[in-house]
Unconditional design. Structure first.
Length: 182
């Protein structure tokens, strides 16, 4: 079966999915009421400053709540933490464990934590009940993809990935109505 035909697993917390919609949505509603109701946008500088502050605030929330995740593909496991991506070929993944949050344990003993599934005091007390399903799905991916027959020697990589298009989209969400209001 080709790599495209195999299933990809993406793990996010349900509360993060809700936050991705609610918080930027509330910011957008407040922003639009400011743009159209209060009339604080009077010139190009106001448009740019207002759009930059509101758009990039929404962008940061989006980065934390939606963009940060753990992805499993047939070739690699990706841990996206804000702007830093850990790309780990399956041959280097020893375990995906529940410690202080969900942690990817590598064959050299290194543990890579997830911003999306980080530890907390309350989670430590309750045993992280909301992490059980994503952990189970990620462990299934580990069992499925670890022995997928790939013999290509690949190294793990850590790099910065800035989603420029998303940053621009959040900026334009406020800039376009602001320009229309001028």
């Amino acid at each position: 079966m080709s790599e495209r035909g195999k299933k990809r697993v993406v793990a996010r917390k349900p509360v993060s999915i809700v936050l991705t919609v609610l918080v930027p949505g509330a910011l957008a509603l407040m922003g639009m009421s400011v743009i159209f109701g209060a009339g604080i946008v009077h010139n190009l500088a106001d448009v740019l400053v207002f759009s930059l502050i509101m758009g990039e605030s929404s962008f940061v929330i989006w980065l934390l709540a939606w963009h940060s995740k753990i992805r499993a593909t047939p070739r690699s496991l990706f841990v996206d933490n804000f702007l830093v991506v850990h790309e780990i070929p399956w041959q280097h993944v020893k375990d995906i464990a529940l410690g202080n949050g969900i942690v990817v344990v590598l064959d050299d003993g290194t543990a890579i934590g997830s911003l999306q599934f980080g530890g907390s005091v309350l989670g430590g007390i309750t045993g992280y009940p909301t992490f059980r399903r994503p952990l189970r799905r990620l462990r299934q991916a580990l069992a499925t993809y670890k022995g997928n027959g790939e013999r290509e020697a690949r190294e793990k990589k850590t790099y910065v990935k800035f989603p420029w298009i998303a940053a621009l989209a959040w900026f334009l969400l406020y800039a376009i109505p602001s320009f229309l209001q001028l």
